[in-house]
Design a protein. Structure first.
Length: 123
């Protein structure tokens, strides 16, 4: 399917982060994880990722700050899909304006997320 696409899963909840990683490893993605936005930003600036699943609310650095900081990175940025428990239209719009390809509310259906990832990667 998405053979050898490189993914970064970013979430401060270790159970969710590991669940995402396991789901996409089974779909033949190369998956790495980060537990906060600062770690994610460092990883994105040093490595290539095709897609990043990025939590909105995290300690140290939140997802919106990561999106803003990526604008200053001098390289091709990955596709970003925001994952959040926050149901806020204004925040969703801000994320999309900052470059996120989609904004998905938790809890989400794993199959729906897989379809969205495949759609985003195909765009």
């Amino acid at each position: 399917m998405a053979t050898h696409m490189k993914m970064l899963c970013v979430d401060d909840n270790p159970d969710l982060r590991n669940s995402l990683a396991q789901q996409f490893l089974q779909e033949d993605f190369d998956v790495e994880t980060a537990n906060d936005g600062k770690m994610a930003l460092e990883m994105i600036t040093k490595n290539h990722y095709d897609i990043v699943l990025l939590d909105l609310k995290m300690p140290v650095m939140d997802g919106i700050t990561v999106l803003r900081e990526l604008k200053n990175v001098d390289k091709k940025n990955p596709h970003i899909i925001m994952l959040t428990g926050v149901d806020d239209v204004a925040t969703a719009i801000e994320c999309v304006k900052l470059g996120a390809k989609d904004y998905i509310q938790k809890p989400y259906d794993p199959q729906d997320l897989l379809h969205i990832v495949i759609k985003v990667l195909g765009s």
